[in-house]
Design a protein around this ligand. Structure first.
Ligand SMILES: *[C@@H]1O[C@H](CO)[C@@H](O)[C@H](O)[C@H]1NC(C)=O
Ligand SMILES: *[C@@H]1O[C@H](CO)[C@@H](O)[C@H](O)[C@H]1NC(C)=O
Ligand SMILES: *[C@@H]1O[C@H](CO)[C@@H](O)[C@H](O)[C@H]1NC(C)=O
Ligand SMILES: *[C@@H]1O[C@H](CO)[C@@H](O)[C@H](O)[C@H]1NC(C)=O
Length: 451
């Protein structure tokens, strides 16, 4: 695993940059077309909705979401002719989730109410049926039909992201650190997010000791991005369209937005390239970052906006962001993980690796930095940074690729949260690494992403 700033006894910044560029150009070019997105949410309505539905109609919908997810559906409008056992007009939710008809508050029929319908697998079938006439006592009654929304939700979701209030729908109640969630583009004003962040399919479990450079199993760090900006770097998926990363060094990222390559969705280098490059729409670098000051990485945070939302699945999921009001995860010795495709012993890894590191004691890190000057000047250790690692335990612990994230597992919500971004370090062995403190930038991230 590589890190950004080396001490005077190893490769200089420019030499490293050159090597990384070389490696980058070797890897680049194995690019194929983008995968086809699978839909993560959508709406289903009765025929002619919001006008009354026709007589004698049978319609069927098959909802399919990516593997590893289930379909969650609820009805936002429901007005079908009531009948005993719902045999005249009805909608059937397969399999075995029920047959419904009627109007809210009606004594006959079987109104679905506000409940969530959740499929067992990644498919759900809806069947609508209307009979010859919607007449009651000789008068024609126009029934409006139904409007349903569905979303893909992670298999591990136990709470629904949206709660209904008495007069409709309130905003998400259960999405802590919701910035890592998927905005619902269908109804941005309402129930606006699906919380599928920070829930890897195959999480790393039970490790509370320092590990140097283990191979990451598929699905363990599904938010990991591999970037080529000025060389090899990392990043993490936020929502389905943003990459959280570091600024990338001395040049302005915005100037090179068109040249940035973003790869996602696999732990093997050649496979991730086969999946294709994700074109970049825009790049935002934090205004506090000064690319000309080599001794100060304050504000080392950037967001890459992808042209298109990515197709989520077990190997590609967003990370959560921390809760603004809770700094528990920055406590001394809190264990975190850094994954990356970085350089290991001067060889480029062919698989995603990870290290497990404790958050450092900020005073010890400050002390450790004393006397370690870069270009004759001390490094700035600002309040927007934190350190991690443990010089005494040394071995092969390096700090991952620049831009990769430092993640922790919140044992309460069982979600993984990005608390830091790999920013800078001095040397690789027996050292601390320095990270951008994500919790200090939540407002900026919100402003840029609109999430
Ligand atoms: C049901 O209604 C839709 C929309 O009007 C129409 O396209 C479809 O052909 C109808 N199906 C039947 C079986 O009448
Ligand atoms: C239809 O007739 C029944 C019984 O006479 C009555 O209870 C019901 O309210 C009537 N429905 C309408 C829509 O007029
Ligand atoms: C690109 O990002 C910059 C910086 O955040 C922003 O000012 C600009 O409006 C964005 N451009 C587009 C096309 O979204
Ligand atoms: C902060 O988060 C931790 C871990 O989820 C939790 O145990 C703690 O209660 C939270 N503290 C506050 C003040 O919310």
């Amino acid at each position: 695993m590589g890190e950004r700033t080396e001490g005077s006894n190893s490769l200089g910044k420019d030499e490293r940059l050159f090597l990384l560029l070389l490696w980058g150009s070797l890897l680049f070019g194995v690019v194929s077309s983008s995968p086809t997105p699978r839909k993560l949410f959508g709406e289903i309505t009765s025929p002619n909705y919001p006008k009354p539905y026709p007589n004698n109609n049978i319609s069927t919908w098959d909802i399919t979401v990516p593997k590893g997810f289930v379909v969650k559906l609820n009805f936002w409008q429901f007005d079908l002719q009531p009948s005993e056992s719902c045999l005249s007009d009805y909608i059937k939710v397969r399999k075995d989730l029920g047959q419904f008809c009627g109007q809210l508050g009606s004594a006959t029929g079987n109104h679905p109410g506000v409940r969530d319908f959740v499929s067992k697998g990644n498919q759900m079938r809806l069947m609508f049926h209307s009979d010859f006439s919607n007449k009651e006592n000789g008068t024609l009654i126009p029934y409006k039909g139904f409007l349903a929304y569905y979303q893909a939700v992670g298999k591990y979701e136990s709470t629904t992201p949206c709660r209904r209030g008495a007069q409709g729908y309130s905003s998400p109640g259960e999405c802590r650190g919701a910035l890592g969630c998927i905005p619902n583009r269908q109804r941005p004003q309402d129930c606006s997010q699906t919380c599928m962040c920070g829930k890897p399919d195959k999480p790393i479990t039970g490790i509370q000791r320092i590990i140097g450079g283990s191979t990451a199993p598929p699905g363990s760090f599904p938010w990991q991005a591999k970037t080529h900006i000025f060389g090899l770097g990392g990043g993490a998926l936020l929502g389905d369209r943003w990459i959280l990363t570091a600024t990338g060094g001395r040049m302005s990222l915005a100037e090179v937005a068109k040249k940035i390559d973003v790869f996602l969705g696999h732990t093997e280098v050649n496979k991730i390239h086969e999946l294709g490059n994700h074109p970049v729409r825009n790049v935002s670098v934090h205004p506090d970052y000064d690319p000309d000051d080599e001794n100060n990485f304050n504000g080392d945070i950037a967001l890459i906006e992808l042209q298109d939302p990515v197709p989520l699945g077990p190997n590609l999921l967003p990370i959560c962001l921390p809760d603004a009001s809770n700094s528990t995860f920055y406590a001394n010795s809190y264990m975190g993980y850094v994954s990356g495709f970085g350089v290991e012993k001067n060889v480029l890894a062919d698989r995603l690796k990870y290290v497990s590191l404790p958050v450092g004691d900020q005073r010890s890190c400050k002390k450790w930095l004393q006397g370690k000057e870069v270009n004759g000047k001390p490094m700035v250790f600002s309040e927007n940074m934190f350190c991690a690692g443990s010089p005494s335990v040394g071995k092969d612990i390096c700090q991952g690729d620049s831009g990769s994230v430092f993640t922790v597992k919140d044992s309460e919500s069982e979600r993984w949260i990005a608390t830091g971004i790999v920013s800078w370090g001095i040397g690789c062995h027996k050292s601390y690494g320095f990270y951008t403190k994500v919790i200090n930038y939540l407002d900026w991230i919100k402003e840029i992403t609109g999430m």
